[in-house]
Structures are given as C-alpha cells and as structure tokens.
Design a protein around this ligand. Structure first.
Ligand SMILES: Cc1cc2nc3c(=O)[nH]c(=O)nc-3n(C[C@H](O)[C@H](O)[C@H](O)COP(=O)(O)OP(=O)(O)OC[C@H]3O[C@@H](n4cnc5c(N)ncnc54)[C@H](O)[C@@H]3O)c2cc1C
Length: 507
C-alpha cells in the first residue's frame, strides 16, 4: 500500500451537503483540508440522488440556517441556477419554503466555494478503511484507479452519510430505528416535455385528489432567467387515479400517491414518488435488490403518467438518480444521543453548534400509505439545538461526525435529515475539526465556546434573533399580499391559518 502526503490537517470523507459544507468550513478556518468523494462531482443525494428542492432553511418564517449553507445558496442564485428559498402559500407538507436548483449549478457552486477556500478535492476515490492508532483515527485508507493508499490527517470528518468511516474504525452505532429498520429509499426521476399548465389546471380542478398542494412567492431577489415564482407549484396526490391503477395492476409503485414538483427547467417536473421499504444501505445485496425494484417503479410510473395523466401526453422520462436515494442508515453513537423528545421539546443546549427546525418526517417504514397509514409527520412548536457532543463519537478520538449519521435516534434524525439541517451540522463539524487540528486537541476536548465563536464569525445562527424574526415575517406577509393583489397566486391554495387580506394580513 502506498502512503500519500501526511500533512493534511483535516480529511472530510464524502462530498454531500454536509461534507462539502464541512470541507469549506474547515478550509475557511485555516485547516489544510482534503475532501474525498467517490463520484466525480459534489452534492451527495442532492445531485447523485437526483433530489428536487432544498427544503426550508426556515422555521415558520424565521430563517434558521445561515452561514456557509446560505452562502452556497446565494452562489447558486447569483449563477442563475436556483430560485433561492421561495415561500409556499400553503406551508404544509415539506414545510414553509423550498429552494429549487439546477443540479449542474449545485455541483459547480459546491466545488467553486471549496476551491476558493483553498481546499484540495480528491474525486473518484472510495474510503476503504481507516487508520486507527491508540484509540484515535489518524487517517483513511482509500481505493481508486491508482490502487490503494493511506492518507493521514490530524482530524477526520465522516460525512459519508452512512457513517462508513466510523463503522470501519469500530465506532459504536445503531441502524435505523435501532432494530435495523431504516426509512424507505426512493429512486428520484424527472419528466420533460410536460405541459405544466395542464397539470396545474388538473390540480386546481381536483383539490380533493391532493393531500398537499401549494403555489409559491419570492421573498428575495429572483433570477430573471428562471420560471417565475408564480409558475412553481408542488402537489402530492393523484390519489384516486393511483389507487385505481394499482388495484387494476396497471401501475407498479411502492406508495399510494405521487409527489411532484416544478424545477428550474421549464416543462420539467420532478418526482419523489417511488418507495422501497426495508433497504439496508450498508449491505450491497440489499442495495442491488432495491435499485432494481426502484427502477421497475420508475419505468412503470413514467409510463403511467404519459398514458393517463393530463399534461403528460407528450412527456418523456428525462433522467433518474445515479443511485437510489438513501434517507437513513447508521447513527453513530456520540457523547450525546439527540432524541425525538429533545426535538419535540425544542431543547436548548449550552454546547449548541447548529439549530434544528424541520418537522419530524418519517416515511412509512413498511407500507405504501403516507402519514395517516404508518408514516410520521410531526410539526414542531419551536426550534431545538444540536449539541457539539452529538458530533463526537462516544469512544473514538480524532473523528467528527457530520450529516445524517450523527448521534441521534430515528425520530430526531427524521427532523434534521433535510439539507438545511445537515448543511448546518456540516458547518459545525468542519469548524470543530479545523479548530481541533490547529490546536492539536482532540475534538471532544475543544471548548464548545471556541467553536461557537468561530461559527458566529462565519455567519451561522445559534440563537433566535427576535428582530430578524419580525423582519422575515413581514417580508413573507408583504410578498404573499402583493402576489395575491397582482393575481399571481390563488386564494384557493392559501392555508386557512395563512389568510392574507390585501395589505393587512391576519397574523
Ligand atoms: C429520496 C430522498 C428525498 C429527499 N428529499 C429531500 C428534499 O426534498 N429536501 C431536502 O432538503 N432534503 C431531502 N432529502 C435529504 C437529503 O438528501 C439529505 O439531507 C442529504 O443528502 C444528507 O447529506 P449528507 O451529506 O449527510 O449525506 P449524503 O447526501 O448521503 O452524502 C454522502 C456523500 O458521501 C459519499 N460517500 C459515501 N460513502 C463513501 C465512501 N465510502 N467513500 C467515498 N465517498 C463516499 C457519497 O457519494 C455522497 O457524496 C432527501 C433524501 C432522500 C434520500
């Protein structure tokens, strides 16, 4: 085995939403940083998994996610490749705001910010093992076209999503709900050549057939290159059609309704609509079976849409994820295990390093039905804190966890798992790793106040700012009110609690 350069301060393993943000944070904090990624581009599930939107950075109208994740979104907006977060007029379902993005812009914005920060990427490279000495991770074993080699660093960040580094180093962990059952997986796809006006018309005329439907308004600068905010919509439904088609054996699908969203591309709709339950993302046989099942569902559903659903008469399947989308796998046990109770109670911690805000969203673990038939959707009363201790494995030194594999139970993971949550955790993980490397301290021994100070320097939000909340609420109210007055959105889609009457909204 070859030994490569040994003088990295920080190696970030995995270039998904948590990993590339962690790598930018580490590099901006002054650490000599290597980012190792198995694919030829960054973004993880957001790009290779073919995701649609970035879910809210917001709790109600309060923007909770700031700092590097927000810099990243602004970078995509400036490149004309993202709507930024636009507000749902019916903030049920996936939350109050969605950010649509072009996946190619996403890949390049992530890479650009990392290169600008002075980091070193290593693509097409698989983390195949770890170097553990005296109870501390001292580097990783990588495998690529050149063979196998060792790369050493002072601190390693595990942002592989599946906790591969921690598991290989022997860290204590659980999988899914503790009995090995994780959230179901989904192979995402897009349809092109869609008459989106016809699809929207069907939604307008059949509200009873949709579990969730929303229009959008922009609350900040909006690129003239993209479809207007009022052209965007999201729907979860076609319940009757899907039910009948499945009963008649005319559709092969793992769930009983269709979730679809507009995109940054005109005439292209995105589908988060297949479901494979019981996948173990740490087992290649399980993944192989799941990829085949999910692909069968994509082919069946895309064909069904063209044959049966208004607006798809001239549409085609435009593309699927490079891989099946994995929501959940390992949770690496840390110094603190964040729980569903913490999330529901809006618990705050002295060693807060990021904030959580998204509802607990656990897709049905075993069946086809949604939140009324086995899944969980629980709105939160308040934001909660993610403590630094949840990023530090309970026994192993030299390692910081980032992203969806941090120390948590299934319910807590069900909340922080969307992109805003994991990006903010990545910001904290990269900063912690860099401070540990620069001061020659183990991550668990770094004073959380130093991490907080650095995060605040980099614009992160660690506590509520009531004045900002007030401003952000007013922005939303003004945006919805003026779009209503201009006839750009329909009152029919406004949630009951969100009735805006002209310029004088009911708050
Ligand atoms: C089907 C589905 C739908 C979703 N919908 C939404 C949504 O609408 N909105 C939203 O905000 N979020 C959504 N999410 C959640 C979002 O995808 C996650 O928040 C996010 O991707 C998690 O980021 P991560 O960095 O923790 O892990 P990942 O995105 O999984 O990234 C891990 C990275 O590590 C790399 N990697 C893994 N193992 C290795 C290895 N051994 N060697 C080298 N590289 C490795 C991978 O290639 C990848 O780039 C969805 C997720 C799924 C699966």
């Amino acid at each position: 085995m070859r030994t490569t350069s040994t003088d990295f301060d920080v190696i970030v393993c995995g270039g998904g939403p948590s990993g590339f943000v962690a790598a930018i944070a580490a590099a901006r904090t002054g650490a000599k940083t290597l980012l190792v990624e198995r694919y030829g581009f960054l973004g993880g599930m957001a790009t290779s998994g073919w995701l649609g939107p970035i879910s809210p950075f917001y709790f109600k109208d309060e923007r909770v996610i700031a700092g590097i994740p927000y810099d990243f979104v602004k970078h995509m907006v400036a490149a004309g490749g993202s709507t930024g977060h636009i507000r749902c007029t019916n903030p049920h379902g996936s939350g109050s705001y969605l950010c649509f993005y072009d996946r190619e812009t996403y890949k390049w914005s992530a890479m650009s910010l990392f290169l600008e920060a002075g980091g070193t990427p290593l693509l097409h490279t698989w983390i195949a093992g770890t170097i553990v000495e005296d109870g501390a991770v001292r580097g990783v074993v990588v495998e690529n076209k050149g063979g196998r080699s060792e790369i050493r660093a002072k601190v390693v960040v595990d942002a592989t999503g599946d906790g591969d580094v921690a598991a290989r180093a022997g860290a204590e962990h659980t999988v899914g709900n503790g009995s090995g059952l994780s959230q179901p997986a989904t192979l995402m796809f897009d349809m092109e050549g869609v008459d989106t006006l016809a699809v929207k018309r069907y939604m307008d005329e059949h509200p009873e057939d949709f579990e969730w439907a929303s229009e959008f308004v922009a609350v900040s600068d909006y690129s003239p290159r993209l479809p207007r905010p009022s052209e965007h919509f999201v729907g979860q439904g076609f319940v009757e059609m899907v039910g009948k088609a499945m009963a008649d054996d005319d559709l092969y699908l793992g769930r009983d309704s269709i979730l679809f969203l507009t995109t940054t591309h005109r005439g292209v709709l995105h589908f988060n609509s297949t479901r494979v339950a019981g996948v173990d993302a740490t087992d290649a046989d399980s993944l192989t079976r799941a990829e085949i099942d999910a692909r069968r569902q994509v082919m069946s559903l895309s064909d069904f849409l063209v044959r049966k659903v208004p607006g798809f008469e001239h549409a085609q399947l435009a593309g699927t994820g490079t891989q099946l989308g994995i929501r959940e796998s390992r949770h690496v046990t840390g110094e603190y295990v964040l729980t569903g109770e913490d999330v529901v109670a809006g618990r705050k911690f002295d060693d807060v390093v990021s904030r959580g805000y998204f509802p607990i969203d656990i897709h049905n673990l075993k069946g086809k039905s949604g939140y009324t038939g086995g899944g969980t959707w629980q709105d939160l009363e308040d934001t909660y804190d993610v403590p630094k201790r949840a990023l530090v494995p309970v026994e192993l030194d030299g390692l910081v966890m980032a992203g969806r594999a941090i120390s948590a139970d299934q319910a807590a993971h069900g909340s922080f798992r969307t992109q805003g949550g994991v990006m903010a955790i990545g910001h904290a993980a990269g900063t912690l790793a860099a401070l540990a490397a620069r001061t020659g301290t183990m991550p668990r021994d770094v004073d959380h106040r130093d991490v907080q100070a650095k995060l605040l320097d980099q614009g992160a939000s660690l506590r509520r700012d009531p004045a900002a909340v007030e401003r952000e609420r007013q922005l939303a109210v003004d945006a919805v009110s003026s779009a209503l007055a201009a006839g750009e959105i329909s009152p029919a889609y406004l949630a009951e609690a969100e009735t805006f009457s002209g310029r004088a909204p009911r708050l």
